[in-house]
Design a protein around this ligand. Structure first.
Ligand SMILES: Nc1ncnc2c1ncn2[C@@H]1O[C@H](COP(=O)(O)OP(=O)(O)O)[C@@H](O)[C@H]1O
Ligand SMILES: [Mg+2]
Length: 352
């Protein structure tokens, strides 16, 4: 019997996305010879063992009210496992592997992986350092640059400098980058705080908005390209699935387009030549290795519309696992069904 602790929710702007991923993971996880412990983290940071049977309650955000719930938290004590508190009593349940179905802040940035490491329990996905580096887009860029991959020109900007002199910051951006300019927080995901700025008048409000989410943000050159995503899987010898493509069907792939409206369309394989597809997969693996990733990651690129140049955009170390998410779909196209993909990432966690 293998005990799998599935963590979901979390103190993150991507809490709601995690709930939808978690339902899909919990539903598809092969239950044979497995005990599943679904533990949700509320937006306030409370840890709850979900006592319900219906995983749909998680996706619909009705899981916190289940009467069979109880407090549970991962012990930092090596090998202790999950502490479950019921009434006045507490028990500790050993855990074989942890599957963090968490996105963004705290879940995908190395914070919780630090706790996993202390606990001594194997876990799915990248370790502390790769998560921390991949969550911060300015740091990611510096390391990705060592591979020689092209990236959009960028400036890293600090909130303190914006507060001191916002006009000077606007001038600095306009000196270095032509409109349209992308403004994005270094450490959010799901396009939270991201703006495409076309005029000087819109620059300051976009900066103000991005600085709401992070004290460090990026101003980036606009890349007119197809959005290409590559699913990478493995530890020492990672493999990339055939690259896919997202057509946002909107100005850019913003939060609404990702989760609310249905204008976006996925293409697997991406609508690029086989040769380009092979190249972009090679870059994805090179970047995965440079960042020290393990288990899984989705590496995102642009392929420019005029000259078919590959431009690296960002990496997601715990990509979405919703039924419509690209990561499982791209492996699906390689003949790896969702349930088998989950078995594989768990096996990779145990192997590492
Ligand atoms: N430099 C850029 N040029 C063109 N589009 C961009 C650029 N940066 C971001 N975007 C658009 O914004 C979306 C979100 O930005 P991204 O860097 O992927 O952040 P997130 O981590 O929030 O997904 C991208 O999918 C793309 O549509
Ligand atoms: Mg993205």
């Amino acid at each position: 019997m293998q005990t799998v602790l599935v963590l979901f929710g979390g103190v993150s702007p991507e809490h709601a996305v995690s709930l939808v991923s978690a339902e899909a993971v919990l539903r598809n996880l092969n239950k044979e010879n497995r005990r599943i412990l679904p533990v949700g983290i509320t937006l306030e940071g409370k840890w709850i063992l979900f006592g319900g049977e219906n995983y749909k309650d998680i996706a619909e955000d009705k899981w916190e009210q289940n009467p069979a719930n109880c407090t549970a938290f991962l012990s930092p004590e090596r090998g202790a496992g999950l502490c479950i508190v019921r009434g006045n009593g507490a028990e500790t349940v050993p855990v074989d592997v942890i599957f963090p179905v968490l996105h963004g802040e705290n879940g995908e940035d190395g914070s919780i992986q630090g706790l996993f490491q202390l606990s001594g329990i194997p876990f799915v996905g990248c370790g502390v350092c790769a998560n921390a580096v991949s969550m911060d887009k300015s740091v990611t860029k510096l390391i990705a640059a060592t591979t020689g991959v092209r990236q959009a020109n960028w400036l890293t900007l600090r909130r303190a400098d914006f507060k001191a002199d916002a006009d000077a910051m606007c001038r600095e951006i306009m000196e270095h980058i032509a409109f349209p300019v992308f403004i994005k927080p270094c450490s959010t995901g799901s396009s939270v705080g991201v703006s495409k700025v076309k005029t000087e008048a819109d620059l300051k409000p976009a900066l103000e908005n991005a600085f709401k989410y992070d004290k460090k943000i990026l101003a980036e050159e606009f890349i007119n390209g197809r959005e290409i995503e590559v699913a990478v899987l493995g530890n020492d010898d990672p493999k990339a699935a055939t690259a896919g493509e997202i057509d946002a069907g909107a100005e850019f792939y913003d939060y609404e387009t990702k989760y609310v409206t249905s204008t976006s369309q996925a293409f697997i394989p991406a609508r690029i030549s086989e040769e380009l597809n092979a190249k972009v997969r090679e870059w994805a693996v090179a970047i995965f290795k440079a960042l020290g990733c393990a288990g899984l990651s989705r590496v995102d690129f642009f392929v420019t519309r005029d000259t078919n140049e590959i431009v690296f955009n960002e990496i997601n170390t715990l990509p979405g696992f919703t039924p419509i998410s690209m990561y499982p779909k791209m492996w699906g196209a390689e003949g790896v069904p969702f349930a088998e993909l989950l078995d594989r990432v768990i096996a990779l966690a145990l192997e590492a």
